[in-house]
Design a protein around this ligand. Structure first.
Ligand SMILES: NC(=O)c1ccc[n+]([C@@H]2O[C@H](COP(=O)([O-])OP(=O)(O)OC[C@H]3O[C@@H](n4cnc5c(N)ncnc54)[C@H](OP(=O)(O)O)[C@@H]3O)[C@@H](O)[C@H]2O)c1
Length: 171
């Protein structure tokens, strides 16, 4: 069986900001399309607050919501009381579907815990600095090597230009 990689997928401003008041501080239609394409069919692990901001399960993907609340039940989603349990559910799902990535979809609290377990980062660098209350952890160049990069000019429905970078963990 192929290896299943843990991948953090995030859009991050130049100063590390990823969120403000429970939402994302930008509108980036091009990145939304890319996000859909790179995550489709793969299990998605996210914190309860990120799920609340999206408001419904992402279609075509198994949504796994992490919460410390053992009573939490969300229609159309799996729930887990720890990141480890969420990853076990995600591994089983990926393996059953024959996909090779588990996507960690945030938010800040979950990225902070998951980056040490990740094999790959798929980061949309948003080319601006913004105020916010949630940040992505540091991407340490001693740990992460950029292996793919694409500059995306701001389209009509994008607030800012972006730079999509794939980072692999250095072995
Ligand atoms: N720019 C991006 O790419 C991006 C992506 C995703 C999210 N965001 C933004 O990030 C913000 C949300 O991030 P956040 O840091 O506030 O929250 P979060 O990481 O989405 O969710 C935090 C919640 O997850 C649960 N949790 C975290 N660690 C856990 C653990 N080890 N075991 C069990 N449950 C655990 C807890 O839920 P309970 O309180 O229910 O116990 C906690 O309150 C929003 O502004 C959102 O828009 C941005």
């Amino acid at each position: 069986m192929n290896e299943i990689d843990i991948v953090l997928v995030a859009a991050v401003a130049q100063n590390g900001v990823i969120g403000r008041e429970g939402d994302m501080p930008w509108r980036l239609a091009s990145d939304f399309r890319r996000f859909r394409q790179i995550t489709m069919g793969k299990p998605q692990v996210m914190g309860r607050k990120t799920f609340a901001s999206i408001g419904k399960p992402l279609p075509g993907r198994t949504n796994i919501i992490v919460s410390r609340d053992p009573e939490l039940s969300i229609e159309g989603c799996l729930t887990a009381n720890s990141l480890e349990d969420a990853l076990s559910l995600a591994r089983a799902d990926a393996s059953a579907k024959g996909v090779d990535e588990i996507c960690i979809q945030g938010g800040g609290e979950i990225y902070r815990q998951a980056i040490r377990l990740a094999d790959r980062l798929r980061i949309t660098h948003v080319e601006t600095e913004l105020q916010g209350d949630t940040v992505f952890p540091e991407i340490d160049p001693d740990v992460w090597e950029a292996t793919e990069e694409e500059r995306v000019p701001a389209g009509e429905k994008d607030d800012y230009p972006t730079r999509y970078v794939v980072y692999e963990r250095r072995r």
